[in-house]
Design a binder for this molecule. Structure first.
Ligand SMILES: Cc1ncc(COP(=O)(O)O)c(C=O)c1O
Length: 388
């Protein structure tokens, strides 16, 4: 039997296939030298505490650096006591479910929502109810209607440059969402993973800024602004909620999350290199958005979409109520992939939508991928016409 190569990354890239469905950054965008130099600076300090079990809330010097960085990025004063180190959004979300829900509890999600968050809720046996989003994010009237009938334990929202739709929750809706969480006693888990990746006007203050108003757990991550392999992020909430998290069995046994990596990332933040990295990513993504937009208009004028202002994705609508999931195998025959919209729905809806990512492929590959998608669409329309 031929030896299979030992797999090292979650989604290996097939050079023949252009998978615009992947939501990962391209390897060339990951800052190898910057991390190497940061590690050298970290080891040169000669302090060993980052090799020890960490403080539950996270390494103090790292939190100090992170708090200063977020004060600039979030636009209001944040102290080291306000941030709590995590292993990224996914694990923080799962931990929040573990600590704050019981199996069978209701979680409200957006429609559409990040499909892998739905998997986390499944793991915790939560019942998912969706609330629609429009161009200003979560529709508050629809939320209020649901709240009159059902009590959720959690509400999961992606308020900034949402995955997949790209929409951003408006400031008045943020305020109202925070108030409602207090009035109806549910925890808003705000996945703010794309907050710092805006390409135009800054979004309204993050949900983290509304912690004094409502019951908010705001999750941030280094995955999209530095590297996903770090498995490092932060969470912010009221001090009582953070104390509850700090006292969980996992942290009691294992100590704070990722002291080793966070000590290295401190050395990226302190000299201003994280901000530089973000600026470089934004410049690259602005260009890719422009070229994906142009290529969509050139090859696929029949698709409708809004040009994204942040994040990683175009959320496109196929024409004529077409079933994107049914079409996907045909696209694959043409060596191109995308995420069908139905995966982002918790009620089997959004069938005629698709998500295209511009973070994984170069401008030339995006152009070629969309050319292939057009080819697939043409043969699909033709085969439907023949069979119809
Ligand atoms: C909305 C959203 N949340 C969370 C994640 C994963 O974040 P992390 O790597 O911090 O677990 C992603 C990655 O695609 C995402 O798009």
């Amino acid at each position: 039997m031929p030896m299979q190569p030992l797999q090292t990354i979650q989604c290996p890239i097939d050079p023949q296939f252009i998978n615009l469905g992947l939501g990962n950054p391209q390897l060339v965008l990951l800052p190898m030298e910057l991390m190497e130099q940061a590690a050298q600076r970290c080891f040169a300090r000669g302090e060993k505490d980052f090799l020890q079990y960490g403080y539950e809330q996270g390494h103090g010097a790292f939190r100090q650096a992170l708090a200063e960085f977020l004060t600039a990025g979030y636009g209001y004063s944040i102290g080291p006591e306000d941030v709590f180190t995590t292993n990224g959004v996914s694990s923080a979300l799962s931990l929040a479910c573990l600590l704050f829900t019981q199996p069978g509890d209701v979680v409200f999600v957006e429609e559409p929502t990040y499909f892998l968050a739905l998997r986390v809720f499944q793991d915790h046996h939560l019942r998912v109810i969706s609330i629609p989003v429009d161009e200003d994010g979560l529709v508050i009237e629809a939320l209020e209607e649901q709240l009159a009938a059902v009590h959720p334990t959690l509400l999961y929202t992606i308020p900034n440059f949402q995955n997949p739709s790209g929409v951003t929750l408006s400031a008045p809706r943020r305020q109202r969402l925070a108030e409602l969480s207090r009035e109806h006693d549910f925890l808003v888990v705000a996945d703010e993973v794309y907050y710092l990746l805006g390409y135009g006007d800054p979004p309204p203050p993050p949900m983290a800024a509304y912690i004094p108003v409502g019951r908010i757990l705001s999750l941030g991550s280094f995955s999209k602004i530095l590297a996903p392999g770090l498995r490092l992020g932060w969470q912010m909430s009221d001090h009582e909620t953070m104390r509850r998290i700090a006292q969980c069995g996992m942290l009691d046994s294992g100590g704070g999350m990722n002291p080793f990596t966070s000590a290295i990332v401190r050395e990226v933040i302190e000299p201003g290199l994280l901000q530089q990295n973000i600026e470089a990513l934004k410049a690259a993504f602005r260009q890719r958005i422009a070229s994906m937009d142009a290529a969509l208009q050139r090859h696929l004028p029949q698709l409708t979409y809004r040009r994204p202002q942040g994040g990683y994705f175009f959320w496109v609508r196929f024409p004529g109520g077409m079933d994107a999931k049914e079409f996907l195998p045909r696209a694959r025959q043409h060596q191109v992939g995308f995420q069908p919209g139905i995966r982002f729905s918790s009620q089997d809806g959004l069938g005629d939508y698709g998500r295209l990512c511009f973070a994984q492929y170069s401008e030339a590959d995006v152009e070629e991928g969309l050319r292939r998608l057009r080819g697939a669409l043409d043969t699909w329309a033709w085969s439907l016409a023949v069979s119809g």
